[in-house]
Design a binder for this molecule. Structure first.
Ligand code: HEC
Length: 251
């Protein structure tokens, strides 16, 4: 009994100290589970070495921080839309807490404004609105599964057991990272900042001038990318770096 309360107070103390210190050092810290919902916004420090502990992500579960938030940030949270600064119609889609607080996501139910607008084929209702492209079927399917699984903020470590960086392929490894977190803003007819990250040549240009890694690693002198949400995982950053080091093959 005493042991339990001792453990408990040690835990509380650790949690308190942790929250007083900067949030950046405990990115993959498994202590955060069991508390649901957890707002993990801004806790990713891309310069931390990839943590391979904790537990793996299950292919059967959808993880908000790694799979859903990047879609929302990349397709909805740009300036003038649902970013922290602009939040049109009061809707700010830059963190789990904020997405849930819209009251439009109905856990377990495919209804409500959120679901209806991303799946609508009426141009005046659809989100994101034209001229932006609608979400892809793959992205909608992921959001459907997330909602049906209870719209939770589950925790896992995408770098669990190690991060494979060997023989990176542009189409199989690099494009999926950019597609999930960047091309909603850096694609289409009017890419943000004039930077296009859909084609090989667009990506190579940003890799060669150092901005691709500088921005995702949030290094000084670069604009941190993506501009909201958790940032890329350490493993994704290592894979981008590896692709560059391996000669930026167009494979
Ligand atoms: C919500 C929209 C949005 C998302 C998502 C986004 N960007 Fe950006 N990005 C911008 C805007 C806007 C600018 C131009 C900012 C400026 O010039 O002030 C920019 C600028 C950049 C720059 C130039 C940075 C510099 O220091 O000059 C790079 C490189 C970049 N983005 C890469 C990325 C990558 C890689 C991702 C995905 C991991 C990403 N962006 C995700 C909106 C976005």
């Amino acid at each position: 009994m005493q042991k339990t309360s001792l453990l408990l107070s040690a835990f509380l103390l650790a949690a308190l100290v942790g929250s007083l210190l900067s949030t950046s050092s405990c990115k993959h810290d498994p202590l955060v589970t069991g508390i649901d919902p957890v707002d993990t916004t801004g806790t990713n420090n891309p310069n931390d070495p990839v943590d391979t502990s904790g537990w793996p992500c299950s292919p059967d579960s959808v993880y908000f921080a790694y799979q859903i938030l990047p879609i929302l940030v990349s397709n909805c949270a740009m300036e003038g839309c649902h970013s922290a600064a602009s939040h049109k119609e009061g809707v700010n889609l830059t963190s789990y807490a904020k997405v849930l607080s819209t009251g439009e996501v109905k856990a377990g139910q495919l209804k409500g404004d959120f679901w209806e607008s991303i799946t609508s084929n009426k141009p005046d209702k659809r989100m994101p609105p034209p001229p932006a492209s609608p979400l892809s079927q793959e992205q909608i399917d992921l959001i459907r599964t997330w909602i049906l699984q209870g719209a939770k903020d589950l925790t896992c470590n995408p770098g669990y057991g190690g991060c494979s960086t060997e023989a990176m392929s542009f189409s199989a490894d690099i494009q999926p990272i950019l597609k999930s977190s960047c091309t909603g803003c850096h694609g289409g007819t009017n890419p943000q900042g004039g930077i296009e990250l859909v084609t090989y040549s667009g990506v190579v240009q940003m890799a060669q001038n150092g901005k691709l890694l500088g921005s995702v690693k949030k290094e000084t002198g670069y604009i941190a990318m993506p501009p909201a949400g958790n940032g890329l995982t350490g493993c994704s950053i290592d894979r981008l770096q590896a692709w560059i080091d391996q000669g930026m093959l167009n494979n």
